[in-house]
Write a protein that binds this ligand. Structure first.
Ligand code: KG4
Ligand code: ZN
Length: 347
């Protein structure tokens, strides 16, 4: 089966051709540099860029894969969660292609696809505990199959990646700040700045990052380092120490919840995906959790990509899921999970 995966939920136009489970080609057109000028993703700009990029990207990807349009058997496209005007571009393009080629179309959940790409790496044996940590999500799922997901827990406020990006912005790092904080943290002292681990000790599977973000702001303000109140942001050693302390707090907020969820569900296999899954501190801490076999998605596929869409799309298609040409984007994760029949059990 030859599958074309299409992803346009945020600021990356991404496509991939996966044939009989083998990735034949993939392409990503990132808009990150353009949005950086605004300190975050501008939906209207993202939509326009997706519209310009999508068709040439598909043409290039098919050529790289040595596949003709007529060889495609299935079009898989992200239908949510994400920015509505961005999602619309991919969904409408996918519909046009599927209708023109008279082949099936399947809409895919971006958040679940961040986990499911493990299959393309030879991992993801069921059942497993899935942790999605990205700019938009920090969610824990139990995964029993391509259509059997249970939401176990989630952040009650910001996503982990959002916290990285907002803290980065406070100290003048360019958007998205996660990768740079990761690099700076490697040279810093994680005990230098005392920061909270919100909700980490609570006996539930809920997470929170908003209080941590506020604690960083308060620390900067007290030390005359918050630019928006006239301070001079930390640099050199002080910046590295702050990054290391912040990153450690994020890691120590997430790790106990992963351990708790695995124990509660009796799971030993864990899959970690999404942009923040590339973080070296998080990988080290989760990899060291006793009794758990943790599969980290390779860094290139932690970021948004077409392979994850093609992989989950094919698996769901094989499991009998079907979508028609009236497929609509669903921007919010909660309504999308309801639509997909995902059991929600945040405890
Ligand atoms: O999955 P993704 O590409 O897009 C969403 O679906 O949100 O995730 C992007 C997020 C951004 O917040 C970015 O700062 C963060 O992932 N990120 C990282 C790292 N690489 C990307 N955060 C921490 N450490 C990293 N190495
Ligand atoms: Zn993503």
């Amino acid at each position: 089966m030859v599958v074309l995966g299409i992803e346009t939920s945020c600021d990356e136009t991404a496509v991939a051709v996966v044939a009989d489970g083998v990735v034949r080609a993939e392409e990503v057109a990132s808009q990150v540099a353009e949005h950086a000028a605004y300190g975050g993703v501008v939906p209207e700009l993202a939509s326009r860029r997706h519209l310009e990029a999508i068709d040439p990207l598909v043409t290039t990807c098919l050529a790289d894969a040595g596949v003709a349009l007529a060889d495609l058997d299935l079009i898989a496209v992200t239908r949510g969660p994400g920015l509505l005007v961005a999602l619309l571009v991919g969904v409408q393009y996918a519909k046009g292609l599927a209708a023109g080629l008279s082949i099936p179309l399947i809409g895919v959940n971006h958040c679940l696809a961040h986990l499911y790409v493990a299959v393309a790496e030879g991992g993801g044996a069921y059942p497993y505990l899935g942790l999605v940590v990205s700019g938009g999500h920090t969610h824990l799922f139990r995964v029993d199959g391509p259509v059997e997901f249970t939401l176990l827990g989630h952040t009650v406020d910001d996503a982990a990646g959002e916290a990285f990006d907002k803290v980065g912005k406070m100290v003048g790092l360019p958007y998205p700040a996660g990768p740079e904080i990761d690099c700076l943290a490697a040279a810093g002292d994680a005990t230098a700045v005392a920061l909270p681990r919100p909700m980490a000790r609570r006996d539930n599977l809920l997470l929170s990052f908003s209080g941590l973000k506020t604690a960083v702001r308060t620390h900067l303000e007290r030390n005359g380092q918050l630019p928006e109140t006239g301070g001079v942001p930390p640099a050199g050693r002080a910046l590295a120490d702050l990054c290391a302390s912040f990153q450690q707090a994020v890691v120590e907020t997430i790790a106990p919840k992963v351990a708790r969820a695995a124990a509660r569900e009796g799971l030993t296999r864990v899959v970690v995906g999404g942009g923040v899954a590339a973080n070296r501190g998080l990988r080290a801490a989760l990899g060291a959790l006793p009794g758990l076999d943790v599969h980290f998605i390779r860094p290139a596929w932690c970021a948004d990509n077409g392979v994850m869409v093609a992989t989950l799309g094919e698996a769901r298609f094989r499991a009998g899921v079907r979508h028609d040409l009236d497929l609509a984007p669903i921007p919010g994760l909660a309504p999308l999970l309801v639509d997909e029949g995902v059991v929600q059990d945040p405890a």
